[in-house]
Every structure is written in structure tokens, then in C-alpha cells.
Design a protein around this ligand. Sequence first.
Ligand SMILES: Cc1cc2nc3c(=O)[nH]c(=O)nc-3n(C[C@H](O)[C@H](O)[C@H](O)COP(=O)(O)OP(=O)(O)OC[C@H]3O[C@@H](n4cnc5c(N)ncnc54)[C@H](O)[C@@H]3O)c2cc1C
Length: 383
Amino acid sequence: MTEGDQAAISADSDVYDVVIVGAGASGIGVAIAIQHAGIENYVVVDRDTVGASFAAWPAETRFITPSFPSNSIGMLDLNSIGIGISPAFNMRIEHPTGQEFASHLQSLAEFFELPVLENTNIVDIQKVDDLFHLKTEDQTVHSRYVIWAAGEYQYPAMGHFDGAELCQHTSTIERYGALEGDDFLIIGGYESGIDAAYHLALNDKKVSVFDQNCPWGAESSDPSIALSTYSFERMRNQKFGDHVDLHPESRVQSISCDEGVYSLTTESGQVFHSNRQPILANGFDGSHKFVSHLFEQRDDGFPSLNEKDESTIVPGMFLCGPSVRHDGHIFCFIFKYRQRFAVVAEAIASSLGFETEEFVEAYKSWGMYLDDLSCCGQECLTC
Ligand SMILES: Cc1cc2nc3c(=O)[nH]c(=O)nc-3n(C[C@H](O)[C@H](O)[C@H](O)COP(=O)(O)OP(=O)(O)OC[C@H]3O[C@@H](n4cnc5c(N)ncnc54)[C@H](O)[C@@H]3O)c2cc1C
């Protein structure tokens, strides 16, 4: 979309029915569902460009969930964000890199002709009477409903131990192959930590991974809790075995740096040294902290949502994406949280007076409308 088109959108619509904040997998996916539900007066805004978080992944990092064009029997590609879409078919790639998936999202935004305002940073949201006021750096946008889909990647967790500021978070690494140094200390042994260790090991670096738990030993078959199959396969690589030391149940107490030598001390008193800045792979605080005034908090800090993924204290404020939680269910992968896009779109469309029966039936038939959570939490057989 050109700047002229963007200006036209702002000028034409004094009040949007819906503003979607974030043009990642969630924002683009829920925008497609909003369009399918018949809503036309909406816009997607992004502080950067479509798929910006994916584009910022380290160059070597790939999707852990595989893509496969299984759509022909009504079973969506695991990495698809909408009905009929298959990244595997579009790109002929099973485990896309972040940059590849960002391009995929850009092509979807063009194909569906989604109204996207790029380079539009939302700096504040308030609800006044029945309208949301969304402040950007130079204007205020008004809307009846807001869908917060600003993700987690751009809001990293910076660690809660002494000296955490001396570390480099994985989200700021452009390419593992370009990192200098021979000995690496990685704090966090879930997907990002194992991914970092794997790529460094392939480059013949010596790596120590510390985790307060033991993600590679978890019994669950839920990839939101245990490591993915893809990571287990990588851990069986010869170079990973030769170069990586895993330290489970090792909570980091502090990091210090003296004359270019970093020292990591665990709570049990073990000390490890490296002449390279330690890598933080401890996940993300998430953008929901930015809108915490619009949601009640659960005990675990995630937003409290009703059965339509709407705020329990501010009607009209919805959440989409990896921060969606219901009881113990964690919707942190695309194949999980995409099933809630249509629940949100239906809630908004029906309250705007649109007929939604056909829309819901179509989404249900593709496994894209999950309103009964009693089926979640099943474990795979151990056979
Ligand atoms: C290393 C890694 C590997 C992963 N692998 C997989 C995988 O294999 N499979 C899988 O399903 N998931 C995977 N995930 C998780 C997946 O990346 C996330 O689920 C996904 O990025 C979430 O998409 P999103 O649209 O919610 O957020 P994002 O992709 O982060 O998009 C949010 C968008 O919001 C914009 N934004 C943020 N704040 C503002 C603001 N204030 N105003 C305007 N715009 C704003 C950003 O620019 C961004 O474009 C992985 C994550 C990581 C970090």
C-alpha cells in the first residue's frame, strides 16, 4: 500500500469498526477472518512492516513446526494462518526461516488486499465512552473494537538475576554464524536456547546451556511444554553431542564481567567462564504488558479473557496470538492460536449486526473455530 492509499484510509474513516494492532501471523490471520466475516471498515496497523518480527529472527533459525500441503483432505498445513492457505505449497519449504515466513505473510496481505498501515506505532490506547482512542506518534485513530495482535518477539524478557544486562538476547542476534568467540554460555534451554546451541555447535563453538528446569527431559507431548521433535532431532546431531554441555536444574544467580571475562554463577554455587557475552534465551515478556491497563491479569501475568478472547474489564478489547491462555491451555503456536481468530471475528461481526452462521460453519469445517476447549490437553500415547 502506498503512502497515498494510507492517507486515504485514515481520511475516509473517522471511526473504524475494528483496528487490528500488529501485522504478524496473528494480525494477518485475524484480518482474513474479519474480512471473511463480512466486516469492511477495518484496518491493520504495524509499527514496522508486515511480518517484521519473523524477518528479525536470526538468519539460520527455522520454524520447528513442519509445513505440509495437507489441505486437500480438509486438514490445514500446521503453519497456515487461514483457510486454504499452505506455506508448504506456496514456498515449497518444510521448515521456513523467519525471513521466508515474513515474505509469505506479505504475499497473503497482498493476495487478500488487506488494508495495512505500516510504520504506524501505537503508543497508547484508551477507551473513552464507547470508543477506543489509539494514539500513534502523530495522530489518533478511533475504533469501536480493537484486536491486540502485537505478539511477543519485540518485547523480550531481559532476565531477573544480577548482571542480566550484560547478556545479549537471542532476539537481537542477526546470524549465529557471524558471532565471534569460542566458548558460549546460553541461559535458557527451551526452543530458542537449543536452536542457538545447535547453530553454534555446527560452527564448532563450545557451548554450555543452563536451564532452571530440564526442558529436554519433560514428559509432556505438548510442544508448548516440552521441546519439539525438530529440536530433539537436532540434539542427536554429532556436532551437538560433541560441542554442547547441558546443565539442567541450574538456575543462574548472577553474571559478572571482569576485564573481558564473563563469569556465570549458578544458585548451587558453580561458576563458569567465557570471554564472550552470554546469550539470553529466556523468552519474552510479551506485548500484552503494554496494554495491561486494559486487561485483568491472571495469576501467571497473562491477560484474563472471556470465552471470546475479549478483556473481562474492557468490552471490545480482544487479544489474538501466542499470549492467549485459557485455564492451563497455552496457545503459543500458530496451529493453536489460529483456531481462535474466527471466535474473535464472529464475536465482533455479530455484535455489529452481521449474520455469521455460514462463516462459523465454514471455519468449523476446517478446524479453525475452537470454542470447546474440553478437547485440549490430550497427551499422545506412549507406545
Ligand atoms: C525462535 C522462534 C521460533 C518459533 N518457531 C515457531 C514455529 O515453528 N511454529 C509456530 O507456530 N510458532 C513459532 N514461534 C512462535 C511464533 O513466532 C509466534 O507465534 C508468532 O511470531 C506470533 O505472531 P504474532 O503475529 O502474534 O506476533 P509477531 O509476529 O511478533 O507480530 C506482531 C507485530 O506487531 C507489531 N507491533 C508490535 N507492537 C506494536 C505497536 N505498539 N504498534 C504497532 N505495531 C506493533 C510488530 O511490528 C509485529 O509486526 C517461534 C518463535 C520464535 C521466537
